[in-house]
Design a protein around this ligand. Structure first.
Ligand code: PEP
Ligand code: MG
Length: 327
């Protein structure tokens, strides 16, 4: 079985009835790019770029970031790399920003919310990503988007930084895609407006679950409340996928959930276009995808969405009828 899995690992993941589900890797540093492709990653669906901004006395320079980003894109060799712009502040404090401690860091000043004040930092990062985009298939993704106004603002800054690079006569991909993380529940109800300004969506299931249930993702005392198997949560995913597809955009998922083998048939049946996860989880997930019947996954989704609670969902997922019938 192990050998079969390794043989399949470098091929794109298709369900047994021929539907493509892209499987990409999450990384947190440029060094990690070295290891992910042997696990069968079809690209990088989430590059958590904030690590390079933390635990140091000063922010990185444009040149330093450009060096790291170029290295990742070169190594990806034409495969997509989604650069998530910095998700710092709040629970990820950074000394040189001098942001006062907050009572509710997860509900506070983090990610997109700090960009207007620290605009130099944000522009530096965008310039580095744009310059690197001349060397591969780069995309930009904005964390913690809560409203369409924020997306419009991000677009306008992106256009300003592009104009500057033109003045500096530096090459970049003018058509670079900009997407958003779907991790704040308000976005579920603003997909139509946001899709006019965003090229794609990626569900941050860690934060979306935390905010949907108002349960801290790291607090074990409330871990029962934070429930990926709840029909309420799965209906939110259904609403997200349908809404995004109605607007003609693609949607992925890049939180921990993307690597959950139990929920995989549900994610496939809901119609997610892409899954992004730790590289080590990819071979098993790709192998599972190749045994799925999408038609059967869709009927499983109908049952799961009609379930009355999460134990009913779990029993539907334990030995689901989702494999293709062998004639
Ligand atoms: C998420 O929230 O699910 C996510 C992928 O981002 P992070 O875990 O970095 O907040
Ligand atoms: Mg998140």
């Amino acid at each position: 079985k192990q050998q079969q899995m390794l043989a399949k690992v470098s091929e794109p993941a298709l369900t047994a009835d021929g539907h493509r589900l892209e499987v990409l890797a999450n990384i947190g540093s440029s060094a990690e790019v070295e290891n992910i492709f042997r696990f069968g990653a079809e690209g990088i669906g989430l590059y958590r770029t904030e690590m390079a901004f933390m635990d140091r006395p000063q922010p990185p320079s444009e040149e330093e970031l450009f060096w790291h980003y170029s290295k990742v894109l070169q190594r990806a060799n034409g495969k997509p790399v989604i650069f998530r712009t910095i998700d710092i502040g709040g629970d990820k404090p950074v000394e040189y920003l001098n942001i006062p401690e907050e009572e509710n860091p997860f509900l506070g000043y983090r990610a997109i919310r700090i960009y207007p004040e620290f605009i130099g930092l944000y522009r530096t990062q965008l310039a580095a990503i744009l310059r690197a985009s001349a060397e591969g298939n780069a995309k930009i993704m904005i964390p913690m988007i809560a409203s369409v106004e924020e997306v419009i603002w991000c677009r306008s800054v992106l256009e300003e930084v592009k104009a500057e690079l033109k003045l500096r006569a530096l090459p970049f991909n003018d058509a670079i895609e900009m997407g958003v993380m779907l991790e704040v529940p308000s976005v579920l109800f603003a997909v139509t407006e946001i899709a006019r300004h965003a090229d794609f969506f990626s569900v941050g299931s860690n934060d979306l679950t935390q905010y949907l249930f108002a349960a801290d993702r790291g607090n074990t005392r409330v871990e029962k409340v934070y429930d990926h198997y709840s029909p309420a949560f799965l209906r939110a995913l259904k609403f997200a996928v349908d809404g995004v597809h109605r607007e003609g955009r693609w949607i992925g998922i890049c939180g921990e959930l993307a690597a959950d083998p139990l929920l995989l048939p549900v994610l496939a049946g809901l119609g997610f276009d892409e899954l992004s996860m730790s590289a080590s989880a990819i071979p098993a997930i790709k192998n599972d995808i190749s045994g799925l019947s999408l038609v059967k996954c869709r009927s499983l989704v109908a049952k799961v969405l009609a379930a009355g609670n999460s134990s009913e969902v779990k029993s539907l997922l334990i030995s689901p009828d989702v494999a293709v019938d062998i004639p």
